[in-house]
Design a protein around this ligand. Structure first.
Ligand code: PLP
Length: 368
């Protein structure tokens, strides 16, 4: 039974809410950042895992979408999204078969950081009679995938370009280390390094004869800073659509720009200070819990501090005189929206205190 039209008070808890006014404002703002800088926006859909929100992003001006895994891309292609970047090295015959299927339905590019992965893709490309477009991933400081910027990457890109059946379309980087920046100045330095390293490395590749079209950068913390640097062609922020407590802590979003919250009910008041809600790590994820009390804020209630989560219990304490009773409802702000949303089958799209529509989290759990 659809709960579209229901009052929020009618929702059972815990429930994942997406404030549609905030979501729309977030999508419009990042689309404007990209448009002003004349670069393409290719939002990462791992944040919301929702084809409906992906379609909203395209309607707001995105050129296409980014997916972390083939499974996510398959769900998105099934919903009609037809321009996809799979930002993950695809290894093994099963993956290549699935990529072949996906390529029948959509334009798909893949990022990679090795000749081995390129050779698999090249076999697929040759069997399809066309070159597969790849982006070579560069390590601009996260130390996850990629070789360092400069000659190390230029050499790799040249080797990959020699693999028959693939075409090196450009370079890609993800500055996930921006999340660890301790100040706005440190964040700016990370973002500037991210784009300058990539643009300079792309130039090096071009001087060596590669015709790179794409220079793809941009996490939510860095996209606004890097967008207007000459040479950048594409931004791939993901978290910006929903935002979360981490973005607020980094100074990248304000609390009124957090679209996703978990509606929870107070189910116990064991002591005068302590309270327990019906949302634990299986509703919010335990990401960043080690940061300590308050890592999951309670919207509009700074006097309530969450201390820890077990699987189904969220346990906190009152740090002020505010009342709190069993049955009261609280809106918890996830520390990491992407990990939280992936736990839910359905989000409720809410506006003005009512459920406007249900948003299936159709690509949740698609980790393969
Ligand atoms: N691109 C890649 C390859 C990523 O892994 C991510 C996030 O993990 C993003 C883009 C989006 O970054 P953010 O979630 O900070 O917006």
């Amino acid at each position: 039974v659809s709960l579209a039209g229901a009052d929020l008070a009618e929702l059972d808890t815990p429930a994942l809410l997406v404030d549609l006014d905030v979501l729309e404002a977030n999508l419009a703002e990042m689309a404007a950042v990209a448009a002003r800088a004349a670069v393409a926006l290719r939002p990462h859909t791992k944040t919301h895992k929702s084809p409906e929100i992906a379609r909203m992003q395209v309607a707001a001006g995105a050129a296409g979408i980014t997916c972390a895994k083939l499974g996510e891309a398959e769900v998105m292609a099934g919903a009609g999204l037809d321009d996809l970047l799979v930002a993950f090295p695809l290894v093994g015959e099963a993956k290549l078969r699935r990529l072949g299927g996906l390529l029948e339905r959509a334009r798909v590019r893949v990022s990679l950081d090795s000749v081995e992965v390129a050779e698999g893709l090249g076999r697929l490309g040759r069997s399809l009679g066309r070159d597969l477009e790849v982006l070579v991933e560069v390590d601009t400081g996260l130390h996850r995938l990629g070789r360092p910027p400069g000659p190390a990457t230029a050499e790799l890109a040249a080797e990959i370009a020699r693999v028959p059946g693939v075409e090196v379309a450009g370079l890609l980087t993800h500055a996930g280390h921006a999340y660890r920046a301790g100040s706005p100045e440190a964040l700016r330095r990370v973002a500037e390094r991210e784009v300058l390293d990539l643009v300079e490395t792309a130039e090096l590749c071009r001087r060596a004869g590669l015709e790179l079209r794409e220079v793809s950068v941009g996490s939510t913390p860095t996209a606004r800073i890097g967008a207007s640097v000459a040479g950048v062609t594409e931004l791939r922020p993901g978290t910006y659509a929903l935002n979360d407590a981490t973005m607020v802590r980094l100074g990248v979003a304000t609390e009124d720009r957090v679209a996703a919250t978990v509606l929870a009910t107070v189910v116990a008041r064991p002591t005068a200070e302590r309270f327990v809600v019906d949302a634990g790590s299986k509703s919010l994820s335990s990401d960043n819990m080690a940061t300590g009390p308050g890592w999951v804020p309670v919207a509009g209630r700074p006097d309530l501090v969450l201390d820890f989560l077990s699987e189904e219990h969220g346990v906190g304490h009152r740090s002020g005189p505010g009342e709190l009773r069993i049955g009261d409802r609280l809106r918890l702000v996830p520390s990491h929206a992407c990990a939280c949303v992936n736990l839910w089958d359905l989000a409720y799209g809410v506006r003005g205190g009512r459920v406007e529509r249900e948003l299936p989290v159709a690509a949740r759990g698609k980790v393969a």
